[in-house]
Design a protein around this ligand. Structure first.
Ligand code: PLP
Length: 230
């Protein structure tokens, strides 16, 4: 098995190559290390190799890791899992980004509970592109209304859109899904005047090249960095 430092290096090289193929500056793409279910020592190894942004799906697990890594400077924490109402205070207090917002009620609570001394919480709206009943995320037709509601919240900043298209899709379908999300972001931007959202959170270990080709600005990578989860 490769070390985490080697995996980060390889993943960074994949991102740079995909950016060059897409004619995009590589520095416009952020590597989010998805560290759910990984022991904190592996996150520390990544942090010591220079990784700053970490994505977590479970609040309690994330808070424990944040506490254990409080000596690592400038880490950025992204919440990417389903959000329960009773967890919004912990999320609003401790995270920098939330990618998985799909209800205005949740966004309102996050704004109300964001500590005043912290900068606005960065939010992405999660979109369900495959129309899967079991998946989180809103339908594409609902994006504009939810985005308008979030844009009015004082302590949150609407940054863009996130999707987890079904990894079982064939590559050409997957690429279409990424393209759909990019178009939705374009439509959303033209419907707003200030703080134009700039973020497309899409692409995982198996499909980051297609996501970057379609405009991803954050790729969420777990397995390719940390190996299989327990
Ligand atoms: C687990 C997870 C990932 C990472 O998936 P890999 O295939 O391990 O890269 C990305 N995004 C979300 C929302 C996840 O839950």
């Amino acid at each position: 098995m490769n070390s985490i430092a080697e995996n980060l290096e390889k993943t960074g090289a994949r991102i740079r190559r995909a950016a060059i193929v897409a004619n995009r500056p590589p520095e416009t793409i952020t590597l989010l290390a998805v560290s759910k279910k990984q022991p904190v020592e592996r996150l520390r190894e990544a942090a010591e190799s220079g990784q700053k942004a970490f994505g977590e799906n479970y609040v309690q697990e994330a808070l424990e890791k944040m506490a254990a890594l409080s000596d690592c400077p400038d880490l950025e924490w992204h919440f990417i899992g389903p959000i329960q109402s009773n967890k919004t205070r912990d999320i609003a207090t401790h995270f920098d980004w939330v990618h998985s917002v799909d209800r205005l009620k949740i966004a309102r609570r996050l704004s109300e509970q964001r500590p005043p001394e912290r900068p606005p919480l960065n939010l992405c709206v999660q979109v369900n592109l495959d129309n899967e009943a079991t998946k989180a995320g809103i339908a594409p037709e609902q994006v504009r209304e939810l985005a308008g509601g979030i844009d009015a919240l004082p302590n949150c900043r609407l940054r863009g859109l996130m999707a987890i298209p079904d990894p079982a899709n064939p590559p050409e379908v997957q690429r279409q899904r990424f393209n759909q999300l990019a178009q939705l972001l374009d439509e959303m931007r033209t419907s707003m005047d200030n703080n134009a959202p700039d973020t497309l959170s899409m692409g995982m270990s198996g499909d980051l090249e297609d996501a970057i080709a379609e405009g991803a600005t954050i790729v969420r990578i777990g397995t390719a960095i940390f190996g299989a989860r327990e």
